[in-house]
Ligand binder design. Structure first.
Ligand code: ARG
Length: 267
């Protein structure tokens, strides 16, 4: 009798423990716990090589798309990546239309008031570019010139800061053209609608690589240092953990380097 009781109790304890383990795993989005949790990632896909629409597949592609897919695989969740306009990204997060913003988004104190950023995943910075033969040779030469930026990006903020500096130095301010899509910057420069653009250096470099015929040059190195992070809702503590753990995992496994090299070559 006693033996049977012990056995029954034992089984009960085991079943409960298994059940609890199952729940715990499911909440953390672990791979072995039933159907995987699905998260929606968004980005503004005119920002090659980070996110762009692939000409053949018509689907979002790029460093950020590969990165979040690799993180999802490592952390055991499913991800769908969608294009949205830049100004809609953080609102989409806050209204729960999306769960992750993966869009070459720089970690800034102002944005961190609204969203939680993952650990940094890429070092970047703002640079400026002109057409070959332009009389603009250094940053200060931008004073009084027409300059295009993507609206509400760190390029936009850098341009405004630069204008404040020009004003202080009694130099003429730049006329800043704030465009919706990052890709439009290059069209404006090409057609001569603006004298210069300010944008993230790796994005300008990618453009140069793909459009040598446009004869765009980057006269100086980047003038800011910035880090990209994945933006999430502040309250989604479980998602913060999934993303940071997944990121750490793909950094340790060499998967991050593989993706890096695919888009930027050897480090
Ligand atoms: N890094 C800059 C920022 O965070 C520009 C990012 C633009 N990203 C894009 N997908 N258009 O403000």
């Amino acid at each position: 009798m006693r033996k049977i009781l012990v056995a029954v109790l034992g089984i009960a304890v085991l079943v409960t423990a298994m059940g609890l383990a199952g729940c715990a795993k499911k909440e953390a989005g672990a791979p072995s716990a039933g159907p995987k949790r699905k998260l929606i990632a968004v980005g503004e896909c005119t920002f090659a090589p980070f996110e762009y629409i692939d000409e053949k597949t018509k689907q979002p592609a790029g460093f950020d798309v590969d990165l979040i897919k690799a993180i999802a695989e490592a952390a055991g969740f499913e991800v769908e990546y969608r294009h949205l306009d830049w100004n809609s990204l953080i609102p989409a997060l806050l209204t729960k239309e999306a769960d992750l913003v993966v869009s070459g988004m720089t970690i800034t104190d102002e944005r961190a008031l609204q969203v939680k950023f993952s650990d940094p995943y890429f070092e970047s910075g703002q640079a400026w570019a002109v057409k070959e033969g332009s009389p603009i040779k250094k940053l200060n030469d931008l004073a009084g010139k027409k300059v295009a930026v993507q609206v509400n990006t760190t390029g936009d903020f850098a341009a405004q800061k630069l204008n404040a500096k020009f004003a202080e130095e009694k130099l003429p301010e730049m006329q800043i053209k704030r465009l919706d899509a990052a890709a439009d910057l290059f069209n404006e420069l090409k057609t001569g609608a603006v004298d210069a653009i300010i944008c993230d250096l790796p994005v300008i470099q990618e453009y140069l690589k793909n459009h040598p015929e446009d004869k765009v040059v980057i006269p100086e190195p980047a003038f800011t240092v910035e880090y990209y992070g994945i933006a999430m809702r502040k309250e989604d503590k479980d998602i913060h953990e999934l993303i940071n753990k997944g990121l750490a995992k793909i950094k340790a496994s060499g998967k991050y380097d593989e993706i890096y090299e695919k888009y930027f070559g050897k480090k």
